[in-house]
Write a protein of this length. Structure first.
Length: 281
């Protein structure tokens, strides 16, 4: 999960603008895209700009954000008012960045409907302030606090290509529900052996149904291009890396079946895939 002060500012400037409330959707979208984060960090200011230019940029920005009630910028205002050097001005700019990030986290805890997650499990997520219009543009009409695959979406994507069943003995409210997909026409992939893990970014789909990756947490595979037999399978469990990757379970299985980091390409067939899903979605 990542946060970017520039994107937070762009969303907040939109949020406080009267332009956000008027016009047709396509016009509002064009206006939103036209917004940019003002330059207030020293490295983004014109080459001849001095610390006074930076202080003025910060002052104008703080005035633009004065109506955002849940972002307390008092400390930043005090730092700007007392600035008397380039170091003071840059310190105020850094404090603004930190305050924006902390205030966004507080907003998410207090009112998640005012936030939006963008991204995917492979490349990571970004959190932003968001009104209903921004969420609609992102294709997400509601906040997405969980990195889970909506259960109904999974059934729509794989229901005709795999048998789906609950992988949990008992569904506990408030916890993700695990859904297992078993494939008749087994997806065929290949991966580059660059580490003792299977990195999805080094994996290519070759044949059969393509696996959705949102919520994917567990795979049962057969190494090789053929289907193999029912006993010749290996289990892959999602690793803790932010970038989508899997480790063999047990880890020693990797070294048993292939050389370590030989850089070669290996094929595999997916027999089963387990997803953590949001049953309320």
């Amino acid at each position: 999960l990542e946060t970017y002060p520039e994107l937070i500012l762009k969303a907040l400037l939109w949020e406080t603008s009267a332009l956000a409330e008027h016009g047709k959707d396509d016009e509002r979208e064009a206006i939103l895209k036209a917004y940019s984060s003002p330059a207030y960090r020293a490295h983004r200011l014109p080459g001849r700009a001095g610390w006074t230019d930076q202080v003025v940029a910060l002052d104008l920005l703080l005035r633009s954000l004065a109506t955002v009630d849940d972002f307390d910028l008092t400390a930043v205002r005090e730092q700007v008012n007392g600035a008397a050097s380039a170091e003071d001005a840059e310190r105020a700019a850094g404090l603004l960045d930190a305050t924006l990030i902390a205030s966004l986290a507080h907003r998410y805890l207090e009112s998640p409907e005012g936030c939006l997650f963008l991204g995917d499990q492979t490349h990571g997520y970004v959190i932003l302030p968001a009104d209903a219009f921004i969420r609609s543009l992102a294709g997400d009409k509601r906040p997405a606090p969980k990195v889970l695959f909506p259960q109904e979406s999974l059934r729509q994507r794989l229901g005709s290509k795999a048998r789906l069943r609950s992988a949990d003995l008992l569904h506990i409210p408030g916890r993700p529900q695990r859904i297992e997909a078993s494939f008749e026409s087994r997806p065929r992939y290949e991966f580059d052996n660059v580490d003792e893990m299977l990195w999805w970014k080094h994996t290519r789909h070759l044949e059969g149904p393509a696996l959705p990756t949102e919520g994917l947490c567990d795979l049962v595979v057969h190494l090789g291009a053929d289907d193999g037999n029912g006993e010749d399978t290996l289990r892959l469990v999602r690793s803790r890396h932010r970038t989508l990757s899997f480790r063999f379970d047990p880890p020693s299985a990797w070294r048993t079946h292939m050389p370590t980091r030989d850089g070669k390409t290996y094929a595999f067939r997916v027999r089963r895939a387990v997803y953590e899903t949001d049953s309320s979605a």
